[in-house]
Ligand binder design. Structure first.
Ligand code: FES
Ligand code: FES
Length: 153
């Protein structure tokens, strides 16, 4: 079957001939490799995307089920080479080590700030609770978003 949906504001489609996750479909078929595969079990958040307004682990979504949906990946968050506020905050805080968790964290934080422009530290931590950073760089990540939240008040 052909699956058609909106990917980062543009039409996207591809052939799905076997049970395949949205994550693998994005990476292998559509060559959108920003979303990362670390656990493939919904445990780490490195594959997070926004599907019809909700952050989901794309490794747990079947590609065939996104027909007609709207999907935003990390690639869709910058604008013509300009980082989003969330991306810029992480950059300025040095909140990236190996970077493997970074796309998922950027997606989760983008969703948070889209609903709440000045979240508390607790709200930031809750929003990122599903995102594991194996480099344990949480301090800088949280500070990045505390700073961004402070700029919004
Ligand atoms: S790869 Fe999807 S949650 Fe870890
Ligand atoms: S920066 Fe390495 S996993 Fe988070």
């Amino acid at each position: 079957m052909i699956v058609s949906f909106s990917l980062n504001g543009s039409p996207a489609s591809g052939r799905v001939e076997r049970p395949i996750s949205l994550l693998d479909f994005l990476r292998d078929e559509l060559k959108a490799i920003g979303s990362k595969s670390a656990c493939d079990q919904g445990e780490c958040g490195s594959c997070s995307v926004i599907l019809d307004g909700v952050v989901v682990c794309s490794c747990l979504v079947m590609a065939a089920d996104v027909e007609g949906s709207t999907v935003t990946t990390v690639e869709g968050l910058e604008s013509e080479g300009t980082l989003s506020a969330v991306q810029q905050a992480m950059h300025e805080a040095g909140a990236v080590q190996c970077g493997f968790c970074t796309p998922g964290i950027v997606v989760a934080a983008t969703d948070l700030f889209s609903h709440n422009s000045s979240p508390t530290t607790r709200e930031i931590k809750e929003a990122l609770a599903g995102n594991i950073c194996r480099c344990t760089g949480y301090g800088a990540i949280i500070r990045a978003f505390e700073t961004l939240a402070g700029e919004s008040t």
